[in-house]
Design a protein around this ligand. Structure first.
Ligand code: NAD
Ligand code: DAU
Length: 347
């Protein structure tokens, strides 16, 4: 099997490439990635010469690049995206272009490469890697409420709205053209090679640099944390066994408030609460995400095996402590300008 993967030089993509090459000896991967600020070939240095792996630098918006790659592929795993909520609040343009229009370009190229108007179900699967953020937000104090695949879709940030655009396009192409499409909706990931704009690597690397950590608002917002290896395994499971046209929730059953998460990180790093800097809240900040992942467990037998808390967090924190050259390189240059813009005047 030959997978065309988009966005494979990012956090989840690079972990996915390595996991699939190791776990599936008959699978080849072509990684199409334009290398935005968050795409980094250093994430893939240990597999760059692997005989079943190929990197192609290119934009998912560019039909001339995408179409010939699709002719060679048996299936598509689409995870290229602009992925950071705060950046979408600063400028939503790149989010709409890549996450909505880019997804449409890929879907149309895949449809044409598989024969046009009505596509046979045997023609090859397209997995759209969506997010739990397409369900909007849950209130605090209602632990019985979880996102299920039936929860109505709602995009609260420009990022979520753009992912929702891609998500409903993927459904529409299944419905209209009969294409073999599955959608995954996962909760917050952590693990190696996550760009240090996201809360866990940002906080850990700040603390190593002896800088305070900027905690938004009252710190009570809740996220459901999953190790990236569990997410990658779930995506592969959906690619191999998912039912065509279905969406699958993926989650760690691991809800933590940001304040709890911050204290856990401080404790693991031997730092005190004086390192917390409360700052102005994220505009429109979603209060709580919590996933009901019973469908993927019941239908496909997937459940998380590497996300147990706090062991999983500890291994992630240790990775950033042990791999300082990787993130110090990332945090130099353009990252500094972003950090100043995002946090410089945040009282
Ligand atoms: P990331 O920002 O680390 O990586 C995104 C990758 O996409 C980068 O390598 C970037 O260069 C590439 N890319 C961006 N625009 C492109 C374009 N126009 N053409 C080709 N490549 C392009 O993101 P991530 O955290 O690895 O997320 C991957 C996917 O998983 C995204 O679709 C995201 O919405 C989804 N997701 C992420 C999480 C999470 O917690 N990180 C959770 C659920 C879903
Ligand atoms: O739920 C899945 C989503 O998780 C993915 O679709 C997104 O791509 C991914 O970025 C992530 O979105 P979040 O907005 O939840 O992640 P982030 O790491 O940016 O923030 C996690 C929580 O931490 C959130 O409640 C905001 C808070 N936070 C974040 C930053 C960057 C802070 O308190 N301070 C910060 O500096």
């Amino acid at each position: 099997m030959h997978i065309l993967l988009t966005g494979g030089a990012g956090f989840i993509g690079s972990n996915f490439v390595k996991m699939v090459l190791a776990a599936r000896p008959n699978v080849r991967i072509t990684n199409l990635d334009v290398l935005t600020y968050s795409g980094n070939l250093e994430n893939l240095s240990d597999v760059q010469n692997h005989p079943r792996y190929r990197f192609v630098k290119g934009d998912i918006l560019d039909t001339a690049t995408v179409a010939p790659l699709m002719e060679e592929a048996d299936c598509v795993v689409h995870m290229a995206a602009e992925s950071h909520v705060d950046r979408s609040i600063m400028d939503s343009g790149p989010f709409i272009r890549t996450n909505v229009v880019g997804t449409q370009v890929l879907l149309d190229c895949w449809r044409r490469s598989r024969g046009g108007e009505r596509v046979s179900k045997q023609a090859g699967r397209f997995v759209y890697v969506s997010t739990d953020e397409v369900y909007g937000s849950l209130p605090l104090g209602r632990p019985e409420l979880l996102f299920t695949e039936q929860t109505p879709l709602k995009g609260n940030s420009p990022y979520s709205a753009s992912k929702l655009g891609g998500d409903v396009l993927a459904s529409a192409y299944h419905h209209t053209f009969g294409m073999d499409i599955c959608i995954t909706r996962c909760s917050n990931n952590h693990g190696p090679y996550q760009f240090p704009e996201k809360v866990i690597p940002l906080f850990v690397t700040n603390l190593i640099e002896n800088k305070q950590v900027p905690l938004y608002g009252d710190g009570q917002n809740v996220r459901d944390w999953l190790h990236v290896d569990d997410h990658c395994e779930a995506i592969l499971t959906v690619l191999e066994k998912g039912r065509s046209g279905e969406a699958y929730n993926i989650g760690g059953n691991n809800e933590k408030s940001n304040l709890e998460l911050t204290h856990a990180i401080l404790w693991l790093m031997g730092k005190g609460p004086e390192m917390i800097k409360p700052v102005a809240d994220r505009p429109g900040h979603d209060r709580r995400y919590a996933i009901d992942a019973s469908k993927i467990k019941a239908e496909l037998g997937w459940e998380p095996t590497r996300s147990a808390w706090p062991k999983a967090l500890e291994s992630t924190v240790r990775w950033y402590v042990d791999n300082q050259a990787w993130w110090r390189n990332v945090k130099s240059g353009a990252y500094r300008a972003y950090y100043e813009k995002q946090y410089g005047n945040r009282g």
